[in-house]
Design a protein around this ligand. Structure first.
Ligand code: SIN
Ligand code: FE
Length: 297
């Protein structure tokens, strides 16, 4: 299977032919990455300056923006510069939302906009504890943010001013990935979800689905042999490069991915109810329920 579905759009608000939208939605839900080689996120000189040195405050790897509150985290900028930063984050967030709804109008029924991030730091060579190391193949699942089966859909755009591409590795289709690690997935301990929630370690109650997705995330990252085989010369899927001026959209809960190198990217996260998909059977919750023979949410 080709990993990339290439779409020639060059404007974020371009009207999208419904047939193209259906093709894009099917590709996305089928585990491919929608790739827009000519869709650059435009930045003014002032915005470039603000995004340059010193946006991240050193406590986090990214600057994050909450479209609900309009607040940025992870920046040391103040005053007018902080406002410019918040404005550019908001503009990226709106552009990403507009693009996605143009491609998949049906998603509007439950599309929820989560955090926006700006990722200035070079990924290659960064030291991270294994669980947070995104240079290792994984599907997205976050310990503090249960989704209860809702999808995680992300829009990325590379805005590096010096031509540095973002390099990704992409793994096998989800069902194959889940089957590979299924023997290592354990159910939650009785009472664990309640305890985590009471201790406020999760924002909402962790469903059995969330538990399984975290186990899958961890099992893949911990498997050194699996990780090495995906990187070996002649591996089935060579790394992909997303150059500056390009944009891509992917279900990161479905497509095993690793970010190997790159810097200066924007990202917007969305959540979606499986029922709003063109084909809900392709949601990871449905695939895992099928494999395990039981309800997970
Ligand atoms: C990730 O979701 O694992 C990181 C993706 C990226 O920053 O390119
Ligand atoms: Fe990820």
């Amino acid at each position: 299977m080709e990993v990339l579905e290439v779409l020639p759009l060059d404007r974020w608000d371009a009207p999208i032919d419904p047939a193209l939208g259906r093709r894009a939605t099917a590709a996305l839900e089928g585990g491919r990455i929608l790739y827009f080689p000519n869709l650059a996120f435009p930045l003014s000189e002032a915005e470039r300056r603000v995004l340059g040195a010193g946006t991240a405050d050193g406590t986090r790897k990214n600057v994050s923006y909450d479209p609900e509150t309009g607040r940025c985290k992870g920046t040391a900028l103040q005053g007018a510069e902080a406002r410019t930063l918040a404005e550019v984050m908001a503009r990226f967030s709106d552009a990403a939302m507009g693009l996605l709804l143009g491609l998949a109008p049906g998603y509007g029924r439950s599309l929820e906009r989560a955090r926006t991030s700006f990722r200035p730091a070079e990924i290659a060579g960064r030291q991270m504890p294994w669980r947070k190391d995104d240079t290792l193949l994984h599907v997205d699942a976050f310990p503090t943010r249960p989704t209860a089966g809702r999808r995680i859909l992300r829009v990325f755009s590379n805005v590096d001013p010096e031509g540095v591409p973002r390099r990704w590795l992409v793994g096998e289709p989800f069902e194959e990935h889940a089957r590979r690690f299924a023997p290592r997935l354990r159910g939650p301990l009785p009472g664990a979800a309640t305890a985590l929630n009471l201790l406020r370690l999760t924002k909402t109650r962790r469903s059995r689905y969330d538990h399984m997705m975290l186990q899958l995330h961890d099992a893949a990252k911990r498997d050194a042999e699996y990780q090495a085989a995906a990187r070996a010369p002649g591996a089935p899927r060579p790394p992909i490069e997303f150059p500056p001026g390009s944009t891509w959209i992917v279900y990161t809960d479905l497509v095993p991915h690793a970010a190997l190198a790159g810097r200066n990217a924007f990202e917007q996260t969305f959540h979606l109810e499986p029922a709003s998909m063109a084909d809900p059977a392709r949601a990871p919750v449905k695939v895992l329920e099928g494999l395990m023979g039981r309800a997970l949410v």
